[in-house]
Every structure is written in C-alpha cells, then in structure tokens.
Design a protein around this ligand. Structure first.
Ligand SMILES: Nc1ncnc2c1ncn2[C@@H]1O[C@H](COP(=O)(O)OP(=O)(O)O)[C@@H](O)[C@H]1O
Ligand SMILES: [Mg+2]
Length: 460
C-alpha cells in the first residue's frame, strides 16, 4: 500500500465508519436474533399447548381405568409435520405410559405439576433439542383419582429456520444501509474535495515568479487557515525575493562606476603605451572591462525588471508605435555594421497594455541579439488582431538549433562563447513578457534560415 493511498481522506473516513459500525452491527445481530427467537417461541409454544389440550380432551376414564380414544386421523395430525418431528405421550396416575412415546424428556426437576397446571420446557430427545408441553389432567370427578400427564413435544427445526429468517430481515437492510453510507461517503468526499482540486489547478497554472496571494473566495472554510499560511509564506517569500533583487541592483550599481573607471584608465594607458606587450595587455583589459560593464548593466536591468513586478502599472499603448521608435533608435548601430532593419505592420490596430520602458528594453535585447548573431537583414513586424498584438523580430543568420530554443532563456546560457554578451538578454526578454502576460517563442525563420522571435500579447 503506498503512502498516498494510506493517507487518503476518503479511505480513512470509510475505514473509520466501518470500524465504528462493526460492533454496532454485531450487537444488532444479537438483538435481532434473540428477540425474534423469543417471539417465535411464544407463538409456537401456544400452538404446542393447544395440541396438548386437544390430546387431553381424548383422555377418558372407564371403570377406574384411564384410556385414550384416538381416531387414526387425529393421531396422524398429532404426528405429522413437514419439517419437525412431533411426539406425544400420556401417562396414567400410576406412572404407566398409556399412549405414545415411552421415552419422553423428563420434566424439569423440582417442577411438580399440580393438577390442571401446564408448563412448557426444553429438553433433549434422541440427541436433538426439543420443546415439550406438559399438562396434568385432573381426574377428579371420575372413577379414577390423581392426574394423568399429557405431554406433546416437537423438534426445533422450524423455529430456528424462522428465527434465522427474521434476523436476516432486520440485518440485511442494516447492511445495505451501511454500504450505502460508505458509497455516499466515497462520493461525498470527492465532491467535498472539489474546491481543493480547483485550488490545485489554479496553483499549478501559476508562473514561477508569481508570488501573489492565493484568492480566498470560493474556498471552503476548512481550508482557510491553510491558505492563510500559504499566503503569509508567499508574502514573506516575495519580500525576500524583492530584497534579493534590490541587493543585486545595488551591487550592480556600485560596480558600474569602478568598472567604467578601469576602462577609461586602460584606454588612456593604451594610447600612451610604447611597449607592444603592454599594449596587448591593456587592450585585453579594456575589452574585459567592457564585457564586465555589459554584464553589470544587464544584471541591473534584470533586477529592476524583477522589482517592477509589484509596482508595475500597465497602460494602453500603440504596439506599432513602440516598435517603430525602437527600430529608429537602433538604425544607426545597424547601419554601422552593414545590417538593414526593416519595419512592417500587418493586420489592424495594435493596441496593447504595457509599460513602455520595459517593452523598449525587451525589444532592444531581441534586436541586439539579431545584430550580434544574425545575418545582414533584420525584419521587425507588428501584427494587430482581435486575439492581441504579436511582435516579430526576424533575422537571416544561423538561428538556434531546435533542442536549444528553450534552454537559451536560462540565465547565463550562451551558445556563442566569443561575441561579448552575458547570457542574460533572453532571460530579460522572458521576464518582461511574463510581466505583460505575453508569450515568447523562438522558431526557425522564413525558409528555415535565421531566427524568428515572437512575442504574443493578450488582447488589450
Ligand atoms: N538571433 C539569434 N541568432 C542566433 N543565436 C542567437 C540569437 N539570439 C540569441 N542567440 C543565442 O542565444 C544565446 C543567449 O542569448 P542571450 O540570452 O541574449 O544572451 P547573450 O546575447 O548575452 O549571449 C546567445 O548566446 C546566442 O548563442
Ligand atoms: Mg543577447
């Protein structure tokens, strides 16, 4: 049995209910059995007595002798029964058996029958339990004296069959009720736990950076304390994350100035250095400090993006306008590298909800990549539609192999080791897209060459 099964609420409830029902069930069974036996005995004893009186009616005294006048039909009636064995006997006042069985179960000791008295008692005959009625027929007023003992007995087959059936008639409905209750619990627990699975779906659909509190409405009261704890944990976590990114931002900020200083010094030294080896070394220092400066700059942006999460206010913007402005900004750099930047719009108006500064940062990173790793042409496209705006940034360079198109979004993941960069560009792109509820994807460009990066915004 695995752990999950053992801890299932449904299972536990059912097991507990059945465990509680079991002793109750046994008790009920006993009560049902003994009470039905009592009532059945009462009814059967009465018919036994009636037969005893009927037999006593046939006793007569002639000239002081006790005798029995039993026609064949009456005798048969006394003996015949489908299930039980019937027997009788009549004993005279002298103790001699006049009619029927000689070997009758004895009267209970200490029970002396007074004339006219009738008792019913339990006994054993031929190894079987039997019930016997005994009647002391007074012979007063006849030519004999004393009393004749009239006894009629029967085995208990019918009584016990009936008692068994009566018990079942009580116990089976009870059993059905218990089973119904178990089934009801099984379903009820599933129904009752529906809010929990809804909650799970909502939590599992969350993005990794989403530390906003879990909404409480629609959740059952029993879950509130649990959700309150989760929310307070999320609150603490987001404070910690915020502190962390503030720290990274501060550190990056602090590093910027000294790095810029080193770079300036290295360049100045390079200009005046005479020795060739020194020139080489200084040139390398200048390059390294530039890379370092880029890295610090990206770290700063990333930390700011993370921090923006809580203060972000999205406003309605023209997606085409934002993209056109960024394209214009980058045109001189592209021109210097001999790269042509094209801009086109498709579909209708391109309204989206966003933060202009973050959106420019996102586009800048995509265009920077296309310039760095792409070919001689970059195409920026804005597609406006009912389902939301899509931005496309396409280049005709080598592209990214399909297996790596997800991995490149991870921080510091780089394919091209040489060409500067810090491996944070696509990470920044993805975080900004997330803040806008947008989806970023990378595909092969048109005709299978180059890279096509697309950012799909939700409808404004
Ligand atoms: N347009 C592109 N064409 C080819 N490779 C690219 C392109 N854009 C990104 N890449 C690859 O993805 C990696 C990660 O990109 P990015 O996160 O921007 O980091 P960085 O540019 O600092 O290396 C890059 O190192 C590069 O190998
Ligand atoms: Mg980059």
């Amino acid at each position: 049995m695995n752990r999950e099964k053992r801890q299932s609420l449904r299972r536990q409830l059912i097991i507990r209910m059945l465990a509680m029902m079991l002793p109750l069930f046994i008790l009920l069974w006993a009560i049902a059995y003994f009470s039905s036996q009592y009532f059945i005995n009462a009814a059967f004893d009465r018919s036994l007595m009636r037969r005893t009186f009927a037999l006593a009616d046939r006793v007569e005294v002639l000239h002081g002798r006790v005798q029995v006048d039993l026609p064949v039909a009456a005798r048969e009636l006394l003996v015949f029964d489908q299930e039980d064995l019937l027997f009788h006997s009549i004993t005279g006042p002298d103790g001699r058996v006049i009619e029927g069985e000689r070997d009758m179960p004895r009267l209970p000791a200490r029970k002396l029958l007074k004339p006219g008295q009738l008792i019913v008692y339990d006994g054993v005959k031929d190894g079987a339990k039997v019930r016997v009625a005994a009647f002391a027929l007074s012979l007063k007023g006849t030519s004999a004296s004393g009393a004749a003992l009239v006894q009629v007995g029967e085995t208990l087959t019918r009584r016990s069959v009936l008692a068994g059936r009566a018990t079942l008639a009580i116990v089976i409905p009870m059993l059905l009720m218990t089973l119904t209750a178990a089934v009801a619990i099984a379903f009820g627990v599933g129904r009752g736990l529906e809010p929990v699975s809804r909650l799970r779906d909502r939590l599992s659909a969350r993005q990794a950076f989403d530390l906003s509190p879990v909404p409480l409405e629609g959740t059952p009261a029993e879950l509130r304390p649990f959700l309150d704890e989760i929310n307070s944990l999320l609150q603490r976590l987001s404070e910690a994350v915020e502190a962390q990114s503030r720290f990274v931002a501060d550190a990056a900020h602090q590093l910027r100035t000294p790095i810029a200083g080193i770079r300036t010094q290295a360049e100045a030294a390079l200009a005046s250095a005479r020795h060739e080896d020194a020139q080489h070394a200084l040139a390398r220092i200048a390059r390294s400090t530039q890379t370092m400066g880029d890295l610090v700059q990206k770290l700063l942006v990333l930390a700011r993006v993370d921090a923006a999460e809580n203060t972000l206010r999205l406003i309605r913007l023209d997606g085409a306008e934002v993209m056109r402005a960024v394209a214009r900004e980058w045109a001189p750099q592209a021109l210097a590298k001999g790269v042509e930047i094209g801009f086109e719009t498709k579909g209708g108006e391109a309204w989206l909800r966003g933060d202009a500064q973050l959106l420019r940062e996102m586009l800048a990173n995509l265009i920077d990549n296309a310039l760095r790793y792409g070919g001689a042409r970059i195409t920026l496209t804005v597609c406006g539609s009912e389902q939301g705006v899509t931005w496309l940034v396409a280049d005709n360079g080598p592209g990214i192999p399909e297996q790596q198109r997800t991995a490149v979004f991870a921080p510091f993941y780089r394919l091209s080791a040489g060409v500067g960069g810090a491996g944070l560009g696509l990470t920044i792109v993805q975080r900004i897209a997330h803040l806008h509820g947008a989806a970023v994807s990378l595909e092969a460009g048109e005709g299978g060459t180059g890279l096509l990066a697309s950012v799909k915004f939700p409808p404004a």
